[in-house]
Write a protein that binds this ligand. Structure first.
Ligand SMILES: NC(=O)c1ccc[n+]([C@@H]2O[C@H](COP(=O)([O-])OP(=O)(O)OC[C@H]3O[C@@H](n4cnc5c(N)ncnc54)[C@H](OP(=O)(O)O)[C@@H]3O)[C@@H](O)[C@H]2O)c1
Length: 316
């Protein structure tokens, strides 16, 4: 038994939850312990967390008894859904609702819900500026998260709503990095026109979440947006050029062009870029870099993230 407050971390083997789990485990003198939730405690990632001192508990967010057990006795819970595993916003809604119910039943004292905007509040389904996707969404991987805020509110749970930002590691893993053009040049292609994109080192999301748990109950009921920097496509391309030592230009395509790309996420991501561009000041304004740094003093800039990750960016 630990006398530390247990934080049950969903997605502990992933980016957001992993950042939180490691932030807690690295702070040996801190007052929190990690319960790392995973479908398979036997994986290398789960075992690595166990070696660092985490309690690893087999959990499937699709099972209410499993979630109940996962949250039992926990002081805090970090709740995140996994859109890109299934591309189903309705499934995110069901999973978030189950998380809220289970946390309420377990009497969790502080929940951090990793969320994003429900874009339909600004761009209703009848608005023709961007297509409606899957019959009732504009940006599916945003909207179901934003809609799920209500599940945590309705459950009467002490919740901090954490609005995250675009992971810079999408330039490594999500096919969004610079691409070699037919003429041999390299181009970073985004549909952001000359607007700023709030981005973050994915592990800093969990580190900010740790800062929020450490602050106690002050943030409950608040929506807190976090970002490492707000940068235009041209600024990111220039930073990549410096870091990689190869000329990379920014290629600003229209959302319409982006929607036509041949990948499963193109329409969703195109609508996301359009939303972030058209509501730039509000979207950036909701993600203050300095207040993010107050939760996580070691918050990375894009330049620092690039210095550590430049060799992993595929230039193909
Ligand atoms: N990419 C971006 O720029 C970005 C920006 C903001 C927000 N997001 C959102 O971030 C979310 C994903 O978070 P992430 O990036 O931290 O995830 P991730 O790194 O892709 O990891 C996925 C995690 O999901 C867990 N998982 C999947 N299905 C599960 C289930 N049925 N039960 C329990 N655990 C399950 C996996 O754990 P095990 O395999 O160990 O079970 C793993 O830890 C998505 O909803 C996405 O929309 C992404």
């Amino acid at each position: 038994m630990t006398d530390k407050k247990i934080i049950a971390v969903l997605g502990a083997t992933g980016s957001q939850g992993g950042g939180l789990a490691r932030a807690i485990l690295n702070d040996r003198m801190g007052g929190f312990a990690v319960r790392a939730l995973t479908r398979d405690p036997g994986t290398e990632k789960a075992q690595a967390l166990a070696k660092l001192g985490a309690e690893v508990v087999k959990t499937d967010v699709n099972s209410m008894p499993s979630l109940r057990q996962a949250f039992d006795g926990a002081y805090g819970a970090f709740c995140v859904t996994f859109f890109w595993e299934h591309f189903l916003p309705d499934k995110e809604l069901a999973q978030a609702s189950a998380m809220a119910t289970a946390a309420k039943m377990a009497g969790v004292k502080h929940v951090i819900w990793s969320t994003l905007e429900d874009t339909r509040l600004k761009v209703p389904l009848k608005d023709k500026r961007m297509p409606t996707l899957m019959e009732r969404y504009k940006v599916p991987h945003f909207d179901a998260k934003g809609e799920s805020d209500q599940a945590f509110r309705m459950a009467g749970l002490p919740t901090t709503y954490l609005r995250t930002s675009f992971y810079w590691k999408n330039f490594i893993y999500f096919g969004l990095g610079p691409k070699r053009q037919p003429d041999g040049s390299l181009a970073l292609t985004l549909a952001m026109a000359d607007k700023k994109l709030p981005g973050i080192a994915a592990e800093d999301i969990g580190r900010c979440a740790y800062g929020i748990f450490r602050k106690g109950m002050d943030t409950i009921g608040q929506t807190i947006g976090i970002a490492g920097e707000h940068l235009t496509g041209a600024q990111m391309a220039a930073a990549m050029t410096r870091a990689l030592g190869q000329e990379i230009r920014y290629d600003a395509v229209t959302p319409e062009e982006y929607r036509g790309y041949d990948n499963a996420a193109a329409k969703d991501v195109a609508n996301m870029f359009q939303y972030m561009s058209e509501f730039e000041s509000e979207f950036c304004g909701a993600r203050n870099v300095e207040s993010s740094r107050a939760f996580n003093p070691d918050l990375q800039t894009f330049e620092r993230w690039l210095a550590a990750n430049k060799d992993r960016i595929p230039l193909s």
